[in-house]
Design a binder for this molecule. Structure first.
Ligand code: FE2
Length: 377
């Protein structure tokens, strides 16, 4: 140990958030065909065209489409040639989430604070400038090939960021009521949940707010363990799953096999009217996990009174759960690629701050039926 090391400053750890986050800025997906993916997300989810970068804007290696709905921004990026990091990412993982970009006041400090605490740099702080101002971006690696970007955009007034132009389209399907990212779940390998919990605690200053073990999350056949990490103000929540031993292969193992490593399992998106949102999403062709009607025979005994009629919930396959603070309504899509990897959750919170523990069994049984159909159980 070097003897010159300074004594730690006496700042009570709980008082200062060294990584203040203002929420999710955007989620960037690496996809095989960004033009078609943008069309899918506009058509099915109701995203609006926002910005574009590609050869026409001076970017020679990739094309990115930025689409938005309320506070939810997706960036769909594809490589224009083989033999580069984006093409390699897609060859290995298929379409998936590359970056969860977080909005910060100071992207330089975010990078310095996290790398000083052991975070591995992905992108050193970089200032991007154009006639609309300055945006600072930096980033660190997290599980698998996934990264967190830190975006400082207080001094930027353009459409998205320097290098992008407005994306205009004559095709503008109506929005579906999707509002913002509620949480983003990562699947990590065997015995890797706790090391990643420690990463979020040590490197990013998050806290473990909930834990589920294989007794909470298991069916007759498969199990998983999960810990929910939250930043200080609760705007950013990252549950981390790892597989657990069961009689058959769990959904997390299936994901790890087909994604060929750790990565984002699902992105949960908030709505204020889940019945309306899901009715529209189903009408536009989005496929959801099927929940058997027996679930609805006992759900109200478990959760008590709710504002909604049960009939539309059962028809759409929406799940209900309650905690000490209220209840929540949630539903899960099937994977949105041919690989059984990334899917979405639609969630409406009515006071509840939890993640639907009471639905885990029904949900996992639904997932196992899908796994079985794919021959992967
Ligand atoms: Fe979730």
């Amino acid at each position: 140990m070097p003897s010159t090391i300074a004594a730690p400053k006496k700042v009570p750890a709980a008082e200062k958030d060294f990584l203040p986050l203002q929420g999710t800025d955007y989620i960037e997906f690496y996809v095989g065909n960004a033009k078609q993916a943008a069309h899918f997300y506009k058509t099915v989810f109701g995203f609006q065209s926002l910005a574009y970068s590609g050869p026409e804007t001076g970017t020679k290696e990739k094309a990115s489409y930025v689409i938005r709905q309320n506070k939810l921004t997706f960036v769909l990026t594809t490589p224009l040639r083989s033999g580069n990091a984006i093409a390699d990412h897609i060859a290995k993982h298929g379409d998936g989430v590359k970056a969860i970009a977080l909005k910060v006041e100071d992207a330089t400090s975010a990078w310095e604070e996290t790398t000083r605490r052991g975070g591995k740099s992905f992108l050193e702080p970089m200032s991007l400038n154009d006639g609309d101002g300055q945006l600072v971006i930096s980033g660190i690696h997290t599980y698998g090939d996934t990264v967190h970007l830190f975006i400082e955009r207080e001094n930027y007034h353009g459409v998205f960021m320097p290098g992008f132009r407005p994306l205009e389209s004559t095709y503008n399907p109506a929005e579906t009521g999707l509002l913002y990212v509620d949480h983003c779940v990562g699947n990590v390998g065997w015995n890797q949940m706790n090391p990643w919990v420690k990463f979020y605690e040590d490197v990013m200053g998050f806290r473990n707010i909930l834990s589920f073990d294989d007794k909470d999350i298991s069916t007759e056949y498969s199990a998983l363990m999960s810990k929910v990490m939250s930043n200080g103000n609760g705007y950013v929540k990252f549950p981390i799953n790892e597989p657990a031993e069961g009689k058959k292969k769990s959904q997390v193992e299936e994901y790890l096999d087909f994604y060929d490593g750790e990565g984002v399992q699902h992105v949960a998106i908030a709505t204020n009217d889940i019945v309306k949102t899901v009715t529209e999403l189903q009408k536009r062709g989005l496929e959801f996990l099927h929940i058997p009607s027996t679930y609805y025979e006992t759900v109200l005994d478990r959760v008590g009174d709710i504002d909604e009629d049960l009939e539309p919930l059962e028809r759409l396959g929406i799940l209900v759960d309650r905690d000490e603070e209220g209840y929540l309504l949630q539903i899960f899509t099937k994977p949105v690629e041919d690989r059984p990897t990334l899917f979405f959750e639609i969630i409406q919170r009515k006071g509840a701050k939890s993640f639907g523990k009471g639905n885990f069994k029904a949900l996992f049984e639904a997932l196992e039926r899908e796994q079985e159909a794919r021959g992967n159980l």
